[in-house]
Design a protein around this ligand. Structure first.
Ligand code: ADP
Ligand code: MG
Length: 722
């Protein structure tokens, strides 16, 4: 009997099965019937050809307008130029030496045409497209010809939409008896179709109403299974023991608070309080701290770390880049002052060791660092991915802090957590400056509780952002460089950010666009040209660690120091976390090559002090392009939440959250974490109740199987990534 777990080879030939797996990761019948149409076309209604983007792989429904058989001038042979249209726009199909296509592609015939959009002679075209004329399509029933919706599947050049359609049609005939994970009474209460019907209707809806019913039902499956998994994780955490970490009176934390040069914001105080309560609990804290760029998350994390150290444990802070880890190490050592030196002359009684571990330490320093971590001499350990290596062995890891969580995968978090030991769970605090809606956080970060810092510390000046149109108004770009010089003359510093390091790497795929501005080209031009006389440093991710560190340190020293730097020309290595309050200006070259959230992060590097910040987004993107809209949006607001929502909307959830945190991991295909907040919240309540009464889902076989499948998918994702 065919089940959802049967291999696709039970349904389709070996060749198609291989392609389905290679192109879409479809291995089982369940995967196949959950390969939902990307969109539906009213049979006979034509696709809006005007909206197709160059480079897109498309399947369009259109009508043949003309067929021309042309002789090639220079070479022997012929080409066939076929115009298809939709009433408003048109598209050229180009074939070579295939004049016999004339008998297929007669003017007036309609069909589905599939291929990659390219540009030739200023016209959009499909070269050697695959096509299927409408009267040939298998699934047509004469009677519902007018109403039926035509499914268009996510397809690639290796497998066409109509081939997928055929495979799915035959799968649907074989799954009549698969069990429904959602039981009858629940379906009745919520007015939901049964599973098999819903699957049939999502692929073969007769009309819009059937389609909506199918989607509503299948969304429940996704939401419920995901929420069950999260509820299970949560339950396990709630039951897991953790060592309570209790604030010590007049200990390290108390002394630190006395030294702190500023007053915590109300938000920082509130989060701090929550964290203190949770650390004192006998179960592990699992909290996500999200906060606008510059909202002061580090101090909150540091106070949590000091609480753990006060109670005899160690805290580890994981940062995504060496630049950021080193900066954290310096900033934390500085904030702690004498408290950061245990056992040394003149050190404080309550002090602890602060240790940095990155990939570029020399052997002796690394050996010492590893020793301090193992012996517990280092109460606070700060590092990059180097912390995840096997040989890093903690004495008593009580708290894991992960900065800029979106740069790490879930499995990396798990690796560090596992260093607390087999039977003990550490407390976990993850931080992100990419503010995301609650439902997104829930699905992306799992069973985490969320705290949010919305206010910036007092005394910050706002950042002004302008779009500079380099192609249309070159004089504005020259003016930008003059502004950099003026800013430096006022005693401030500036960043210049470029999309890539060298001019020869990653050639553009589309030959109409020029390659992005490269660091190696721009830096010398600036140094010999508009920024002549300024002290300009260069920074990128492929520089050796000590060199990077040296440049960052000199930039941090600032213009007053004889060894300091005025301007830093850099790639996005400075995107996250870098904190030089004296920097007031940023020029971002080819800003259209960055995402919305990334631009927001980048510009967060300026305006961190009391002087107003200025960010210039330099672009050559054409007017009315999506890229231009994006830049205008970034210039129009500094509200990170608003921009994150826009980013999610424009790029899709998977892109923004990163592959491993996207739909693949959460199993969400139909449910949108942005738009389906209601169903996700309802499913959460149902799931928590279910897990409460039946923790292992022993009385809900099909649901148990679905959750197991999701776990398996997730694990497969991890393996593929590592
Ligand atoms: P982010 O949340 O982006 O990680 P940081 O933790 O790097 O922000 O903080 C940005 C800057 O603000 C740091 O220089 C930090 O010392 C400072 N800061 C943090 N909290 C306060 C506060 N309450 N008042 C003044 N400055 C603060
Ligand atoms: Mg930070």
């Amino acid at each position: 009997m065919t089940t959802l777990n049967s291999p696709t080879s039970e349904i389709v030939g070996a060749k198609t099965a291989t392609v389905l797996e290679a192109e879409f990761g479809i291995r089982t019948v369940g995967d196949l019937v959950r390969h939902y149409p990307r969109r539906y076309e009213q049979r006979g209604a034509l696709t809006d050809l005007g909206s197709l983007e160059i480079g897109d792989h498309v399947t369009v429904q259109a009508e043949v307008r003309s067929f021309k058989n042309l002789k090639n001038k220079s070479k022997a042979g012929s080409r066939q130029e076929v115009i298809i249209g939709d009433g408003t726009g048109q598209l050229t199909l180009m074939f070579f030496n295939q004049h016999w296509r004339e008998k297929d592609l007669k003017p007036g015939r309609r069909g589905l045409f599939s291929g990659q959009i390219s540009v030739f002679n200023n016209k959009r075209q499909l070269t050697h497209p695959e096509y299927q004329l409408l009267d040939d399509l298998t699934q047509v029933n004469a009677e519902d010809y007018t109403e039926a919706l035509l499914p268009v599947y996510p397809a690639t050049s290796k497998i066409q939409s109509w081939t997928i359609e055929r495979a799915i049609s035959s799968a649907l005939t074989k799954i009549e008896d698969v069990p429904d994970p959602i039981d009858v009474s629940f379906r009745k209460d919520h007015n939901l179709l049964n599973l098999v019907t819903a699957l049939k209707l999502i692929h073969q809806p007769a009309n819009q109403i059937e389609l909506e019913q199918a989607i509503a039902r299948l969304k429940w499956d996704e939401a419920l299974v995901l929420q069950l998994l999260l509820a299970k994780e949560r339950k396990e955490l709630e039951n897991a023991p953790a060592q309570p970490r209790i604030v010590k009176p007049d200990g390290l934390l108390a002394n630190f608070d006395r030294l702190l040069p500023f007053k915590l914001t109300a938000g920082q105080q509130a989060v701090t309080k929550t964290i203190e309560t949770e650390l004192a609990n006998g179960h592990p804290m699992h909290r996500l701290l999200q906060g606008e760029v510059g909202s002061g998350k580090t101090v909150v994390a540091l106070r949590a770390m000091l609480t753990v150290v006060d109670s005899g444990g160690q805290a580890a802070l994981l940062a995504p880049t060496e630049v950021l880890a080193t900066q954290h190490y310096r900033a934390i050592s500085k904030l702690l002052g004498p408290l950061a030196q245990r056992g040394r002359l003149g050190s404080h009684d309550e002090g602890t060791g602060v240790t940095l571990l990155t990939g570029s330490l020399n052997t002796a320093t690394r050996r010492q660092a590893l020793l301090d971590i193992t012996s517990g001499q280092a109460g606070i350990v700060i590092g990059t991915h180097a912390l995840l290596e096997d040989r890093v062995d903690f004495f008593d890891l009580g708290l894991v802090v992960i900065d800029e969580q979106h740069r790490f995968g879930v499995e990396q978090r798990a690796t560090l957590v596992a260093k607390a030991g087999q039977d003990r769970k550490p407390h976990v605090l993850v931080m992100t400056a990419t503010p995301i809606p609650r439902t997104v956080a829930m699905t992306a970060f799992g069973a985490l509780d969320v705290s949010t810092l919305t206010e910036l510390p007092a005394g910050r000046s706002p950042i002004t952002t302008h779009v500079v149109l380099a192609a249309e108004k070159p004089s504005h770009l020259s003016r930008a460089w003059e502004r950099v010089v003026e800013e430096v003359q006022k005693g401030h510093q500036a960043y210049v950010v470029v999309p890539r390091i060298a001019s020869q790497e990653d050639k553009p795929t589309d030959k109409n666009s020029r390659p992005a501005v490269a660091l190696e080209d721009l830096a010398p031009q600036l140094i010999d040209g508009p920024l002549k006389g300024l002290r300009v440093g260069v920074l990128h991710g492929q520089m050796p660690g000590p060199e990077k560190d040296d440049v960052m340190q000199r930039f941090a020293l600032g213009p007053k120091d004889s060894n300091g730097l005025d301007v830093l020309v850099s790639t996005t290595v400075i995107e996250v976390g870098v904190d030089v309050p004296n920097a007031t200006m940023m020029v971002i070259m080819d800003a259209d090559r960055f995402g919305i959230s990334q631009l927001h992060q980048l510009r967060g590097r300026v305006g961190r002090g009391s002087a107003p910040g200025l960010c210039l987004l330099v672009t050559e993107a054409p007017p009315f392009s999506r890229a231009r809209d994006r830049l205008n949006a970034v210039a129009a607001t500094t509200d990170g939440f608003e921009l994150a929502a826009l980013d999610l909307e424009q790029r899709g959830e998977g892109d923004v959250l990163g592959r491993d945190q996207s739909g693949l991991r959460s199993g969400l295909k139909l449910v949108s974490v942005l738009k389906d907040e209601e169903i996700l919240s309802k499913a959460q309540v149902v799931a928590r109740d279910l897990i409460e009464s039946d923790p292992n889902l022993d009385n809900h076989d099909a649901l148990k199987g679905a959750v197991a499948n999701l776990i398996e998918t997730q694990q497969a994702q991890y393996v593929k990534k590592s």
